[in-house]
Design a protein around this ligand. Structure first.
Ligand SMILES: [Zn+2]
Ligand SMILES: [Zn+2]
Length: 435
């Protein structure tokens, strides 16, 4: 079926705060590895706001482009690389078909370089970010996906990815989950889960989690030579999560799930100055079934309340792990204030040009680790899919107090949705390009 020539797209105009819905050409195959996707739903994300506010950097600020890096849709055209002959390349070059339902990570990744093979797909040297001047975004009726065999996640063919679930359960789950829910795989759920996994697997939390002091916490078999024994209270992991937008909520749900599954005692404080966001995370926490939140303490607090709470919980020592999901200097300052000595700050917020708001002496003086950067979303998909299936009580609905997605709107509401999301007046918005 031939594609139309003109489509509707949500476009950013310089210098800032100017979003327009425009008629633009439908993309075509430019390279044999390309796929064209008919977008079913495209989402608005916190990191779209960096572009919206004109923080994209002086060099690129003047290029009008289609926004959005979160989309789900159907394959409508494939380049010549696709087909049975694609040997020695990522599986989708052989198996992806016209009509398949796919979700894309927010970055392109080739899937066949050293960086991608190690799972660091968000930093593929051939990668680029959708919804920037470098690559037209997914808030459109059609989008071109470069390196599509390495980038896309084929929801029509669950045998193309690994899962803790048996094949039959994967298929059953896929048939039940709404597209609006599957769209969370594009960015926010993998990114939230990434933040949680980085914290839980960091050497700085090992003493607390294993109940063995540093450095014995790294030895499997050492039981003797341990001249100190930890108290039960030493084995409680204290975590602060800063920023309760959609990614912060995904990080909260993810870390609760990991701690519950592994039976690790915990105290979590989820922090945001915006009361509506705190209410949202409380509703989410209440909605999570017992299999996903364990028996630890959980509080959603303002900044000042959180400082007092962490002090009280830890006798002034501080949180072992801080998840920073905002991406600005004041969030880093708060992270540094809340983190304990020998703690870790995991930062997945998208940062601008600022320098770190603390000196190297201060960092040395606290023995802390920083873990910064973009989520390798494509590599995280299988794990994120499993938690998406498990937590349909949170990720399954639209517009409930406990649901992550606030509303699904048509393109005409894009300018107002950007404005209201930027002001923190609404939660996650999804655009339906065909409504
Ligand atoms: Zn995003
Ligand atoms: Zn690569």
């Amino acid at each position: 079926m031939p594609l139309p020539e003109i489509q509707k797209a949500i476009r950013w105009h310089p210098p800032s705060y100017d979003i327009r819905v425009e008629d633009v050409p439908v993309p075509s195959i430019q390279h044999p590895d390309d796929a064209i996707i008919k977008v079913k739903l495209g989402a608005l994300c916190g990191s779209d706001l960096h572009v919206y506010r004109g923080h994209g950097g002086a060099m690129i600020n003047n290029k009008i482009h289609t926004c959005g890096h979160e989309f789900i849709g159907e394959v409508v055209a494939l380049g010549e690389s696709f087909g049975a002959k694609a040997e020695g390349r990522p599986a989708l070059y052989s198996s992806l078909k016209i009509g398949d339902k796919v979700v894309s990570p927010f970055t392109v990744n080739c899937g066949e370089c050293h960086v991608c093979r190690l799972g660091y797909t968000g930093r593929c040297p051939d990668g680029s970010l959708f919804g920037t001047p470098a690559l037209e975004g997914g808030q459109a009726q059609f989008v071109r996906v470069p390196k599509a065999g390495g980038t896309l996640f084929n929801l029509s063919n669950p045998s193309t990815w690994s899962s803790a679930m048996p094949e039959s359960l994967k298929e059953q789950a896929l048939s039940k989950i709404a597209d609006s829910s599957l769209l969370m795989l594009a960015d926010i759920l993998p990114t939230g889960l990434f933040a949680a996994l980085q914290a839980i697997n960091h050497p700085k939390v090992a003493a607390v989690i294993t109940g063995k002091p540093w450095p014995l916490c790294f030895s499997q078999n050492v039981t003797t030579g341990n001249e100190v024994s930890l108290l039960e209270s030493d084995k409680v992991l204290t975590v602060a999560i800063i920023g309760l937008g959609p990614v912060g909520i995904c990080a909260t749900v993810s870390i609760l799930d990991i701690l519950a599954t592994r039976n690790i005692p915990f105290r979590i404080v989820a922090i945001d100055p915006n009361e509506a966001r705190r209410e949202k995370v409380k509703a989410v926490y209440d909605a999570i079934g017992p299999d996903g939140k364990g028996t630890g303490e959980f509080a959603a607090l303002s900044i000042d309340e959180a400082k007092i709470k962490v002090n009280e919980w830890t006798n002034g020592v501080g949180a072992t792990a801080v998840l920073e999901v905002v991406g600005n200097v004041s969030a880093l300052e708060l992270s540094f204030e809340l983190v304990r000595t020998f703690g870790v700050i995991v930062s997945v917020g998208v940062h601008g040009e600022s320098l770190l708001p603390m000196t190297t002496r201060q960092i040395y003086g606290k023995n802390i680790s920083f873990d910064f950067g973009r989520c390798p979303s494509r590599a995280m998909f299988p794990l994120a899919f499993d938690i998406l299936v498990k937590r349909q009580d949170v990720f399954g609905k639209v517009g409930d107090p406990a649901s992550l997605i606030d509303r699904i709107v048509d393109f005409s509401q894009a300018p107002e949705s950007y404005r209201a999301f930027d002001k923190g007046e609404i939660g996650k918005v999804i655009f339906d390009p065909w409504k």
